[in-house]
Design a binder for this molecule. Structure first.
Ligand SMILES: NC(=O)c1ccc[n+]([C@@H]2O[C@H](COP(=O)([O-])OP(=O)(O)OC[C@H]3O[C@@H](n4cnc5c(N)ncnc54)[C@H](OP(=O)(O)O)[C@@H]3O)[C@@H](O)[C@H]2O)c1
Length: 248
């Protein structure tokens, strides 16, 4: 069911964290994987890892907020692998700032990376999926899209936008055989949360019924399911992986 040999995937924000874990899972399942982010040496190390294991990978240095750069990512993938079957829209940044103090530039950067980036990559890659009559778009949102969170207005709004965009794209492309679904992670131990001190980490963990953060490997089975035929009759949906934080 999660055999992906012959499939081609793009994973944005795959240099580290959740993106790298998902790209690794797709490569292990047999997909050729193009990885995109701004930090080239992280992409190169992923490509080296996959090629050493006998797989296929391509580094696409990309700024997800820039249309030309995103189009270049898709063109390079088409040139190297000839098709695109799976797009994981994962690039993201967080800002923790009280609304009244948030500079407009910071708001714009968060929305641009987390929401505009999903639009740009989906438009560029979705064109090929719709033309071929099949494809899987997997958008990485957040459980912050589902609840009010202090000091995270821009981030929560961007991720709420990602869920709305997921539903709209899903409906628009349903007849073309392209499924669009989202994953909404809760707290995972990655660089994104690096800025949290010990006190805040303890407070965060207390708010999670499972009393721990997720580890990147725990997102892997879900991205494989959404990338595979298992999700052929599922579209516009969101899978929440957050240790029970948003169901209490
Ligand atoms: N970790 C969590 O607790 C958590 C919870 C909920 C949702 N999420 C979401 O999961 C996704 C991955 O998060 P993570 O925890 O793995 O974060 P991370 O470790 O900070 O990695 C973020 C990735 O996004 C890339 N990125 C940032 N800005 C970019 C840009 N302008 N263009 C291209 N790539 C860009 C980064 O690469 P460069 O900086 O090199 O470009 C990096 O590869 C994000 O969308 C995040 O919002 C994470």
């Amino acid at each position: 069911m999660t055999e992906l040999t012959g499939k081609v995937a793009i994973v944005t924000g795959a240099g580290r964290g959740l993106g790298r874990a998902m790209a690794r899972a797709l490569a292990h399942a047999g997909a050729a994987v193009a990885v995109a982010s701004r930090t080239k040496d992280e992409l190169d190390s992923f490509v080296e890892e996959v090629r050493a294991a006998g797989g296929k990978a391509l580094a696409c240095p990309t700024d997800i907020t820039d249309e030309e750069s995103v189009n270049g990512m898709v063109e390079a993938t088409m040139l190297e692998f000839g098709r695109i079957d799976i797009l994981v829209n994962n690039s993201g940044i967080v800002a923790s700032t009280p609304l009244l103090e948030q500079p407009v530039e910071e708001w714009d950067q968060v929305i641009s990376t987390n929401l505009r980036g999903v639009f740009l990559a989906s438009k560029a890659a979705g064109r090929h999926m719709v033309a071929q009559g099949s494809g899987k778009v997997i958008n990485i949102a957040s459980n912050f899209a589902l609840q009010g969170v202090v000091n995270h207005a821009a981030y929560s709004a961007s991720k709420g936008g990602v869920l709305a965009l997921t539903r709209s794209m899903a409906i628009e492309w349903a007849r073309s055989g392209v499924q669009v679904n989202a994953i909404a992670p809760g707290y995972f131990a990655t660089d994104l949360n690096r800025a949290m001190d010990e006190d805040l980490t303890e407070k965060v963990v207390r708010a999670i019924p499972a009393r721990r953060m997720g580890i990147p490997a725990e997102i892997q089975p879900w991205v494989l399911l959404l990338a595979s035929t298992a999700s052929d009759f599922m579209t516009g949906e969101t899978i929440v992986i957050d240790g029970g934080q948003t169901v209490r």
